[in-house]
Design a protein around this ligand. Structure first.
Ligand code: NAD
Length: 559
């Protein structure tokens, strides 16, 4: 078995493999620290030109890139499937379609969303002042994504950053570098000016070099552990970071829910992308009275799913992306077993499907090392399939109910009351998404607002990352900042406040020199003006006039 990442040390290349059959997908260079630093310099130069392009021009180029994706949709979907192991169907439904929607939305609406806005400054307006906000691009935006949505996440963030006037450098995950390069190629073919979008490839060290090269923003998607390292390194340059981290997302099913729908949603929410979504359903809490019925429905539906190589159109569950991930799943299933939960279906690697699949013997073993271990990898690469696994009798004190699994497991626990469901759902270090299932929409909303998560769905599950108009991000250890939506766009610009005094004929009462009248006036500001009330502020007008006259006299005669 391989660790999933292999570096050809002689050639200084990453070798990318299909996790479903071990076939080589392609090779990319490992970008050195010097190469990364140069890329950031080129990006900074390109920014000087790109920031002054019109929104119409940016829109034209993003829409052209979008057309390019549409014209080679199947080819791109096969590449995503081959590198990540996900079903071809999901490469289209969960990566290509949503990002195309996001691209058209931000291409058409960024100009309006970033239009300068007037601010209501209350009583200052009576003094002839106006304030507005103008949004400026930041500069170089570094995008460091995970491997689980290797196309839609970096491409969506890049499109938003570009529309806002920034230049972009993407460092794709070492597990999916070919998809990352494809993104670069799409923008290049669309005719974006040179160095507006660059892709540097490599593993963690290349990512670290990018952080160290002081870009103007870092958009990171990945684990909590790496997120902490990046935040720490970025702090040295005061680079601001958006962190999209892990999840342990709860689904709450009340006894009045449509169980037919809820069971299908649970199966999709837990097993799409082999459970390797940050917003996968990783804890299902069902009201006691309907637990058996819901569990039975979920097990029946799970047993009907076809698992296999992602390039087959009728495959619902593909391979896991890496051996490291598969080991975590095995460990968590074992933890459930040992802790007394019941494995209803699944529970182990799926060897059956792979009987006729050629298993690659690592021909380049002598020249390759495992990036994770640094040791020569002379083993045989096996396909990385884990059966979709439904577990009943789970409880929050089990380790596997606390740590992110990121695999095809669906642990089910029960609750009695609404309060208990909320307490169980919030009993986690994470807070990315959650879902609540009930026919009582008022109850759904009430519960949703009490869940500590960045997005909560009522009678829906997992898919809101696909709605580009809505903000995406986590509470607690699931992250900081937002991508998508207006909040996400705001992460990619710096607001500038422009304040104008249209009555610049008299000195301000708070200017120097100070005096007894000045102090009395300042007391008035504190008591009256700061109340926000025009009526109360009117009470200090005589004092204000006295103070301004004092300043005018000083300016005319006493110097
Ligand atoms: P990871 O943290 O191992 O790697 C993520 C990226 O960081 C990779 O590109 C990697 O090369 C790079 N990297 C590693 N070390 C680095 C360093 N020191 N400096 C800079 N870059 C470095 O995560 P992963 O295994 O690729 O992704 C899985 C995690 O991502 C899961 O926890 C999942 O929940 C999370 N995720 C979150 C979201 C979200 O929107 N919140 C979306 C997808 C995935």
């Amino acid at each position: 078995m391989s660790a999933g990442v292999e570096i050809d040390t002689k050639q200084n290349q990453i070798i990318s493999f299909n996790p479903a059959n071990g076939a080589e997908v392609g090779r990319v260079p490992v970008s050195s620290k010097t190469a990364v630093t140069s890329a950031v310099c080129r990006s900074r130069d390109a920014f000087q030109m790109w920031k002054s392009t019109s929104f119409a021009e940016r829109r034209r180029l993003i829409m052209k890139a979008r057309d390019g994706i549409l014209s080679q949709m199947d080819e791109i979907a096969h590449l995503i499937s081959a590198e990540s192991g996900k079903p071809f169907a999901e490469a289209i439904s969960m990566e290509i379609a949503p990002v195309l929607d996001l691209m058209q939305y931000f291409a058409k609406h960024t100009e309006k969303l970033l239009r300068s806005t007037k601010i209501d400054i209350g009583l200052y307006a009576l003094l002839g002042r106006t304030s507005k906000i103008v949004y400026h691009p930041l500069g170089v935006v570094a995008i460091i994504p995970a491997w689980n949505y290797p196309f839609s996440i970096p491409l969506g963030e890049a499109s938003m950053a570009l529309m806002a006037g920034n230049t972009v450098i993407i460092k794709p995950s070492e597990l999916t570098p070919m998809v990352g390069q494809k993104i670069g190629e799409i923008f290049e073919k669309a005719g974006l000016p040179e160095n507006t979008v660059q892709v540097v490839t490599g593993e963690g060290r290349t990512g670290a070099a990018l952080v160290e090269a002081a870009p103007d923003k870092i958009m990171f998607t990945g684990s909590v552990a790496t997120g902490k390292k990046i935040a720490e390194a970025a702090a040295k340059n005061f680079t601001s970071v958006v962190l999209e981290l892990g999840g342990k997302d709860p689904m709450i099913v009340f006894d009045d829910a449509n169980l037919e729908l809820a069971s299908s949603a649970a199966v999709w929410g837990a097993f799409c992308n082999s459970g390797q979504s940050c917003s996968s359903v990783e804890r299902l809490y069902v009201q006691e009275s309907v637990a058996d019925k819901l569990t039975k429905l979920i097990v029946e539906k799970t047993c009907g799913l076809k698992q296999g190589s992602g390039d087959n159109e009728d495959v619902s569950i593909g391979a896991m992306s890496s051996e490291r991930q598969l080991k975590i799943v095995e460990d968590h299933v074992e933890d459930f077993r040992k802790s007394g939960a019941k494995i209803e279906t699944g529970g182990k690697q799926n060897a059956d499907w792979s009987a006729d699949t050629p298993v690659r013997t690592d021909a380049t073993a002598s020249a390759t090392t495992s990036a994770a271990s640094g040791e020569a990898d002379e083993s045989v690469r096996s396909p990385l399939f884990f059966q979709p696994t439904v577990i009943s009798g789970a409880t929050n004190d089990m380790r596997a109910m606390k740590e992110e699994t990121f695999g095809p497991t669906l642990p089910i626990a029960t609750f009695k009351t609404e309060e208990e469901a909320i307490k169980l759902a919030n009993d986690s270090e994470f807070g990315l998404t959650a879902s609540v299932w009930t026919r009582d929409i008022a109850k759904g909303n009430r519960v949703a607002e009490k869940i500590e998560a960045g997005s909560v769905c009522v009678n829906e599950v997992l898919y809101t990352h696909g709605i580009g108009q809505t903000p995406w991000g986590g509470f607690k250890n699931s992250g900081r900042g937002r991508t998508h939506g207006l909040a996400g766009l705001m992460e990619l610009v710096q607001p500038q406040h422009i304040h104008v005094n249209r009555l610049a004929i008299l000195p301000n009462a708070w200017w120097m020199p100070y005096s007894a009248t000045a102090v009395e006036t300042f007391r008035g500001f504190a008591k009256y003006f700061a109340s926000g009330s025009i009526r109360r502020t009117a009470m200090m007008l005589p004092l204000l006039q006295k103070r301004v006259r004092e300043l005018v006299r000083y300016n005319r005669s006493e110097r």
